[in-house]
Design a protein around this ligand. Structure first.
Ligand code: 2NL
Length: 370
């Protein structure tokens, strides 16, 4: 086909008509390829310019370029129109309710045990106690011997304590600590006296039923100074329990008891009332409808334990106590199943967990139920 035989105006009109009729973006794209693609018809016409004489090119070139220009413009305009129509159609179909609340961002929660440990740290910090931590894998000297627990003591038996098969470098039996007392022995040996610490953390005993889990949480407290006596112990525990349970009417009852590491040893009971069949701490346990609940163990640190800590018991005295964190959490926040603490059920955590922003402080309240 010679250049003279092409009717550029007619070619243009046909192309524009087909563009105007394209009702889908896909079809429009096919037309673009057909006209302007590498093998496209208008691209082909442009190539014919190369074979023309200068005069022909001068006469015909502008026509082909005008044709390409008009087709290219028409394609762009049609494309825009189709896109606008598609958007308008979608907007008329979709309803967007801007008053709906946005989907909530998933947020984890603080485990009640962690929350209670934070509360305890806050309360005791106000009384000048530092938080001490130590290894969960201990040797039997730090866990038992230093605490005046003799070889023959049942707590040392395999059926109570998790032992490792190997001994440590000093030939001591290795085990999972059964209480956080070894942390306090290490503190005495490392820092000397005076001392005021709490030692929170995981402890392990070979015990498993509805009220015992093989791993649980304990906080122990230790004060070593000059002239320390039972009065300091009682005041400290009373102040702690009133702050923790956020009640001024907490009443303590101290009962003689026995622990190898304290002498004398004191079991501490707290008075409670029965309200709708539930135990609510507060008031004397001797009042009508009331009772006493055993809450923690304590006592004056045994001379032998002070010596094991590298101190002279004629110079330094002290008191110590130990309490279960899981039990404190259950009492304060009303959970009834200890095992749920360690199931990792996210529904339980969503219900009983605490906001990461609810940081316990003495001024704002050390803890409020979720
Ligand atoms: C309980 C309560 C207790 C201690 C823990 C302790 C620690 C050192 C020295 C002396 Cl380093 N005592 N801790 C004292 C009394 C009670 O725990 O019911 N334990 C079986």
């Amino acid at each position: 086909m010679g250049p003279q035989t092409v009717d550029y105006a007619a070619t243009g009109e046909q192309a524009l008509a087909r563009i105007a009729q394209a009702s889908e973006l896909d079809a429009l794209e096919q037309l673009r390829v057909e006209f302007l693609g590498k093998q496209g018809s208008i691209s082909g016409l442009l190539k014919t310019l190369g074979g023309m004489s200068a005069d022909e090119r001068l006469a015909i070139g502008p026509q082909i370029h005008a044709l390409r220009e008009s087709v290219s413009t028409a394609l762009a305009e049609r494309k825009q129109a189709l896109e606008d129509a598609a958007l308008a159609e979608q907007l008329s179909r979709d309803t967007l309710d801007l008053t709906l609340p946005a989907p909530e961002t998933p947020c984890g929660s603080i485990h009640p045990v962690s929350q209670v440990m934070d509360e305890l740290a806050e309360i005791f910090a106000d009384m000048g106690f530092a938080v001490a931590t130590g290894p969960e894998i201990e040797d039997d000297w730090h866990n038992f011997t230093a605490l005046n627990i003799p070889e023959s003591h049942p707590a040392r038996a395999m059926h109570d304590t998790f032992y490792f098969p190997d001994k440590d470098a000093e030939g001591r039996a290795m085990l999972l600590r059964t209480h956080t007392s070894p942390v306090q022995i290490r503190s005495m040996l490392q820092h000397g006296a005076p001392i005021r610490i709490i030692a929170p953390g995981r402890v392990y005993r070979s015990d498993s039923d509805a009220t015992h889990t093989p791993m649980f949480h304990q906080v122990e407290g230790l004060v070593i100074d000059k002239g320390i006596h039972l009065g300091h112990l009682k005041w400290t525990l009373e102040t702690f329990l009133k702050a923790f349970f956020e009640r001024e009417d907490i009443v303590l009852r101290l009962r003689p008891s026995y622990f190898p590491f304290t002498e004398p040893s004191v079991e501490v009971d707290v008075g409670f009332a029965l309200v709708n069949g539930k135990r609510v701490l507060g008031g004397s346990g001797d009042a009508a409808g009331h009772g006493w609940m055993e809450l923690l163990g304590s006592g004056m640190v045994n001379r032998k334990v002070i010596e094991a800590g590298g101190l002279n018991p004629d110079e330094w005295q002290g008191f110590a106590f130990g309490v279960g964190v899981d039990r404190l959490a259950m009492l304060k926040y009303g959970m009834d199943d200890l095992r749920a603490f360690f199931d990792g059920d996210v529904r339980w955590l969503a219900h009983y967990g605490f906001s990461p922003f609810d940081v316990p402080t003495l001024s704002a309240g050390v803890g409020t139920a979720a």
